[in-house]
Design a protein around this ligand. Structure first.
Ligand code: GTS
Length: 274
C-alpha cells in the first residue's frame, strides 16, 4: 500500500456521512445528460463491499459517441485515474464509478480479488483491466488517441513511459518523504520537465506526438496539474508546457470535468499531501 490510509479514511468519512450511502437504490440506471452545464450527477448506493458514490455523466449528444459501459473501481482520490477520466470526458464517454472506502479495502476481499492486489480496476464490458497505464492505452486505442501510425504509437508509448517515470518519483516523494524531500524534489523538477518542454516547443500541433491529442497528453497534463498544486511556479520557466496546460484545460469537456464539484473535491493523493 502506498501509505495513504489516515488522510483517505478522513475523506471517506466526510463523503459517506454527507451523502447518505444507500439512499438511492435505483441509481444504477444510466441516463443521458445531453445538456450542459451540470455534467455531474451524484448518486448513492450500496453495492456489496463497494460504495458507488458518483457517476460522471457527459454532455455530448449521444449520436457523437458509441456508448461503452466503462466502470472504474478505485479509491476516492484523483491518484492514478485523473488522466483516464479526462480522456473519457473529452471523448464524451460515460463512466460509472465504484468508490472504495479504505475500511472496505482493509477487509481484504476486494484486494484478494484484484489480479495484482491493487486498484484501479477498469471494466469495459467483459474486459477487466488492472494497471492504470494499460487502461490509458486501451482507451487510447478505442478512442483514436494512440497516433496515426505504428511509429507515432511507439513515440506515444515512449512519452507515456517518461510521464510514468516522473509520476513514480512524485508518488515516492508524496507518500514517503513529503516533509523532508519536497524542497529538493521541487528544485530538481526542472530537470524532469525540460525534455517535455523541448518536445512541445517543437511540436506543430501543440501535442506530444503527431497532430492529435493522445493518451500520453492526458497523462502528462494530469501530472502537470499535480505539480502546479505542489509548486505553483514550476512551469514559469517553461512557456511551451505552460501553454500546453492552458490549451488542454480549455478543451470544453476537460474544462467541464475539472470544474465539476465531484471531481474537484477528490483529493489528489490518499494521504492528504499535495
Ligand atoms: N501500477 C499500478 C497502476 O498503475 O495501476 C499501481 C496501482 C497502485 O499503486 N494502487 C494503489 C493501491 O491499490 C492505490 S494508488 O496508489 O493508485 O492510490 N494501494 C492499496 C494496496 O493495498 O496496495
Amino acid at each position: 500500500m502506498s501509505g495513504w490510509p489516515s488522510g483517505l479514511r478522513r475523506y471517506v468519512q466526510v463523503v459517506v456521512s454527507s451523502g447518505g450511502v444507500g439512499s438511492n437504490p435505483t441509481s444504477d440506471k444510466k441516463t443521458d445528460l445531453d445538456s450542459v452545464p451540470d455534467q455531474c450527477n451524484r448518486k448513492w448506493q450500496t453495492r456489496s463491499s463497494l460504495r458507488t458514490v458518483w457517476k460522471t455523466q457527459l454532455s455530448v449528444p449521444t449520436q457523437f459517441y458509441t456508448m461503452s459501459s466503462y466502470t472504474l473501481t478505485y479509491f476516492p482520490v484523483k491518484g492514478r485515474c485523473g488522466a483516464l477520466k479526462m480522456m473519457l470526458a473529452d471523448n464524451g464517454q460515460q463512466l460509472k464509478e465504484n468508490l472504495v472506502s479504505i475500511e472496505d479495502w482493509m477487509k481484504g476481499d476486494l484486494k484478494g480479488s484484484c489480479l495484482f492486489g491493487q486498484l484501479p480496476k477498469l471494466e469495459d464490458g467483459d474486459l477487466v483491466l488492472y494497471q492504470s497505464n494499460a487502461m490509458l492505452r486501451h482507451l487510447g486505442r478505442k478512442h483514436d488517441a494512440y497516433g496515426k501510425t505504428v511509429c507515432e504509437a511507439s513515440r506515444i508509448d515512449m512519452m507515456n513511459d517518461s510521464v510514468e517515470d516522473l509520476r513514480l518519483k512524485y508518488i515516492k516523494m508524496i507518500y514517503q518523504e513529503y516533509d523532508t524531500g519536497k524542497e529538493a524534489y521541487c528544485k530538481d523538477l526542472p530537470n524532469h520537465l525540460k525534455p517535455f518542454e523541448c518536445i512541445l516547443s517543437k511540436s506543430k500541433s501543440g501535442f506530444l506526438v503527431g497532430e492529435k491529442i493522445s493518451f500520453a497528453d492526458y497523462n502528462l497534463f494530469d501530472l502537470l496539474l499535480n505539480h502546479k498544486t505542489l509548486c505553483s511556479t514550476c512551469l514559469d520557466a517553461f512557456p511551451a508546457l505552460k501553454s500546453y496546460v492552458d490549451k488542454i484545460a480549455a478543451r470544453p469537456k476537460v474544462k467541464a470535468l475539472l470544474e465539476c464539484e465531484s471531481f474537484k473535491k477528490l483529493p489528489i493523493n490518499g494521504n492528504g499531501k499535495q
